[in-house]
Ligand binder design. Structure first.
Ligand code: FAD
Length: 439
């Protein structure tokens, strides 16, 4: 009997340490970080990262041979749920996006020399990276339509194109760039993956785009001077040597698929942390705020909100854990759990936003203010219904997977009751008749 929902006690001790570290070190420290630039933040964060390394918890998403802890997705799910309580926490554990996915991509696609140059320093937390696929003028839900090109020129490649939403693009040391190298190839073999290092001539970071996460005015030249920005980047005859090509020409989709499987489930895991955090605030407020002589939590409509939220939280947790378990069984970067990953990628952010929204509601005006973390969680959480694939695209991806297992029938459906009754009569009619005659 293999069904088991317990956490082994040794691992629970690690989770307890992580929870304490996030709640009592990372969250309070971040409250004092307004106005610091990335270099100042890095200096402040360095001892925290050392502490995480000392605890053997650094880069938990990678296999040991790639410099990580090799914990598997179920253990990661439990860790990410805690790290999800604050957007900064994954950075302290070396598993923050987009670096974590880029590490996974380089781990599967890079040569030993490329790993030494880009992957190893990334794992050690010495450099930052960006993943750049999305373009402003093509519907990037379908990246086979992308227009950025890389053309072979002697020993080099010449890149031309316009990208945006390259997260951390203004503070990263290199970008993993997706570009078309063979426009005549079948759609999923047209593009390749390149490393473009910061400062390469022809690469211009135009601006960091203002967003719901960072609602500043967004003008050309305005760069967010710390992680968390989303950059618009133009490539004009940007020359990179062939050593910067990751994998073979045309393998861009294959490599990015390996990257996205893990990234998507980690997003969902962290969402649960956000939902849990919001739920805790909701419950505390419901128990504390008095009206008409009793706590809010004794009002039926508030009880309904709490019950709905608890049910959604537990539902989300279970489906994420199951997808994580399935990934661990498959050991194939999520290919065998594609339907489950698509499901949680759209479902969990949706449930999380609903829970945060209720927490805001129960706090009344206070919930709408920047005195509580809820408004920021709500704004940031909205991105996950679009980033790493819009909800609609994930739902659409599920359909063929589900229907693949189904045989089409002609005529009446298999469960058509008159047809089934007739078949049953042929099979069991005599037995039923005999039983009826016993009276
Ligand atoms: C916070 C954030 C961070 C991001 N970080 C990165 C990053 O680091 N690197 C990167 O490359 N990209 C990044 N992105 C971009 C993200 O991956 C794209 O926004 C996403 O793939 C959708 O592409 P699009 O914006 O071009 O929307 P479009 O493709 O234009 O789609 C717009 C809408 O159309 C609908 N739609 C699209 N396709 C279908 C369909 N097949 N069926 C039904 N409806 C559909 C959906 O409602 C969708 O939201 C980030 C986005 C956000 C919000």
């Amino acid at each position: 009997m293999a069904w088991d929902f317990t956490t082994d006690p040794e691992f629970q001790k690690k989770l307890d340490w992580i929870k304490d570290f996030v709640d009592n070190t990372i969250i309070p420290l971040d409250l004092l970080c307004d106005g610091l630039d990335q270099a100042q933040l890095d200096a402040l964060w360095a001892p925290l990262k050392e502490e995480v390394k000392k605890q053997g918890l650094w880069a938990p998403h990678l296999e040991p041979e790639d410099g990580g802890q090799g914990m598997g997705q179920v253990h990661l799910a439990l860790i990410h749920e805690i790290l999800g309580r604050h957007s900064l926490a994954p950075e302290m554990f070396g598993c923050q996006g987009p670096d974590s996915g880029n590490m996974e991509l380089l781990a599967v696609g890079a040569t030993p020399e490329q790993k030494e140059r880009w992957l190893d320093p990334l794992i050690r937390g010495e450099v930052r990276s960006t993943f750049s696929m999305t373009e402003p003028f093509t519907a990037s839900s379908n990246p086979t339509e992308m227009t950025t090109t890389a053309v072979r020129d002697g020993d080099d490649w010449l890149i031309n194109g316009h990208k945006w939403f390259a997260s951390n693009g203004s503070v990263s040391d290199f970008t993993l760039l997706f570009a078309v190298t063979d426009p005549d190839a079948p759609p999923h073999q047209r593009a390749s993956m390149f490393v473009v290092e910061k400062g390469t001539p022809g690469m211009t970071v135009v601006r960091d785009v203002g967003s719901m996460s960072h609602p500043h005015v967004s003008e050309p030249g305005l760069l967010y001077d710390r992680i968390g920005g989303h950059s618009e980047v133009v490539y004009e005859n940007c020359r990179v040597p062939n050593e910067n090509l990751i994998g073979a020409p045309g393998e861009g989709f294959l490599l990015s698929q390996k990257r996205l499987g893990g990234g998507r489930i980690h997003h969902a895991m962290r969402c649960i942390g956000q939902a849990q955090y919001a739920f805790e605030m909701m419950c505390e407020r419901a128990a504390s705020r008095q009206t008409r002589g009793r706590p809010l939590g004794q009002m039926q409509m508030v009880q309904d909100m709490i019950a709905e939220s608890y049910t959604q939280l537990e539902t989300a947790r279970l489906v994420v854990m199951r997808a994580a378990w399935q990934m661990d069984q498959g050991k194939d970067h999520g290919s065998s759990a594609r339907t489950e990953i698509s499901m949680i990628k759209y479902l969990v952010p949706k449930l999380t936003l609903e829970i945060i929204d209720r927490a805001i509601q129960i706090h009344g005006a206070l919930g709408y203010t920047t005195d509580m973390p809820l408004e920021q969680m709500y704004r940031q959480g909205r991105a996950l219904r679009i980033a790493d694939g819009a909800d609609e695209v994930h739902k659409q991806a599920m359909d063929p997977q589900i229907l693949k297992e189904v045989d089409a029938v002609e005529g009446w459906p298999s469960e058509h009751l008159p047809t089934r009754r007739e078949a049953a009569r042929k099979r069991f009619g005599d037995l039923v008749e005999a039983a009826r005659n016993r009276r």
